[in-house]
Design a protein around this ligand. Sequence first.
Ligand code: ZN
Length: 404
Amino acid sequence: MELKAVLSAIDGYRDEMVQTLVEFCRIPALDPGSGGEGELKKTEWLQRKLLLYGFGAERCDAKDERVPSGIRPNLIVRRGEGKQRLWILSHVDVVPPGNLKEWPHDPFDPVVKDGKIYGRGVEDNGQACVASLFALKALKDCMIEPPRPVAVAWVADEETGSYYGAQHIIREGMVKKGDWLVCPDWGTAKGAEIEVAEKNILWLKFTIHGKQEHGSRPDKGINAHRAGADLIGRLDKAMHQRFGGKDPIFVPPFSTFEPTKKESNVPNVNTIPGEDVFFFDCRILPRYRNNDVLATVRQQVNAVKKAHKVKVDLGIVQNESSPPTSVNSPLVAVLGKALRTVRKVEPKIVGIGGGTVAAYFRRAGADSVVWATGDETAHSTKEHVKIDNLVADAKVFAAMMLAD
Ligand SMILES: [Zn+2]
């Protein structure tokens, strides 16, 4: 009965939710790393809205001298006390609009058309910001206390690393071991896919030092490019061989080890390059440890040093890993049940290539899922959300808050 009342309250908010998302996304919140002033104005707008709806919100701000206010705001509404708090965490900041000529309208003046809302930040991550707000409102308006402790958070700095946002609230001890997190920052069109795991990320930079020489005199030089090419081949083979396991929840279902960026060496054809720089982007199944991959990399580096008489510098550009959330986690069951009841879809458990804030929460000991419904238009000039999804996601959040 409670769920029915809450769902019908959310249906009644439909127009208000659209208006809220439009007004919310009129306030740009660009990270200083993208040349912006941060999130304060947008977060304060949201905080006033919360007050209007009768919620006292807490702030857990981070200091950042790069923005005029000096503050990167994190806004949190907590209801109830106890263990295993359910967090719904979305982010307020957005990416820059990019080339304005490619936008049919002002990216920061969202347009409502044919059941959709178009604008920068509406999908990433405005839909979740507004849907979670109205899930809270529905419970309050129906005078229902959630049976479990709940927190809804609107954080800063997701697009440029989360140091001042999700990571900050974890550092401040807001999130406890055993808490649950829903991160509605990725999803598919039907809203059936629940992300429980991310591949480890390992980004490596290789700098090969040889000896530059005229193109006609390889006998006098040491070709760094040839040594680099040899190293790429050896790395490719060794890493795929040693870390070749499969896990069907991921797409693709295996670890990937890709040579990607290549810096230019010599500008002309007739010089043997004395230096060669390239990068690898490795996405590793969570069953493997990045340190073991690094040990394999170092073996290959040593082999190439010997074979080519070169020096090799190995730089670690990024090294991230987080334990997966078990497919048997009760959080997965609660979300799965909400999807079956409210959305009539059969949930599908998936893993992705890495890179959401869920990884920080998993490391902090909180079971975490990434889930939302969307057309995956984030960061594009066609960024939009369907109003139906905005409303439906609010219902799923409310159903999760009601689960015991
Ligand atoms: Zn996002």
